[in-house]
Design a protein around this ligand. Structure first.
Ligand code: NI
Length: 137
């Protein structure tokens, strides 16, 4: 059996209250057990999604005043030009821009692109709406 590692998690009060309600409903005896199951479920979901042909859109809102963010977004998009079909930029207000990126390709690569964009500092509310267009390889 692999050794157990302890790590701290910081959560907003509201989110923790909701999480505690959820784990009570699902009869978990403690938070660690619930978090372990959530991680396992997500890993399984990701594994099942790998190696499929998918198409869809990635959308995200970002503050274009965030230092270097525009350059980073453009760099990430160029790194994934093989799966990006088109992108649309909408100026929301003085700070915020909305971008819609249409993608087609391998689900694992689409997931990496989505997560990379969402993780950039200054990007908020990133999400992906992706449909499978082929069978698992
Ligand atoms: Ni803009």
């Amino acid at each position: 059996m692999s050794s157990v590692v302890r790590f701290g998690v910081s959560l907003e009060n509201d989110l923790l209250d909701n999480f505690d309600r959820l784990i009570k409903l699902q009869k978990y005896t403690n938070r660690s057990e619930a978090i372990r199951d959530l991680i396992r479920q997500e890993l399984l979901r990701q594994a099942q999604e790998e190696d499929r042909d998918v198409a869809g859109v990635i959308t995200y809102i970002y503050d274009h005043h965030q230092r270097d963010l525009l350059n980073k977004i453009i760099e990430v998009q160029h790194d994934h030009q093989d799966i990006i079909q088109s992108s649309q930029h909408i100026h929301i207000d003085n700070h915020n821009c909305l971008e819609i990126v249409a993608v087609k390709g391998n689900s694992g690569v689409v997931a990496i692109l989505t997560n990379t964009l969402k993780a950039l500092k200054g990007v908020k509310h990133g999400s992906a709406s992706i449909s499978s267009i082929g069978n698992a390889k």
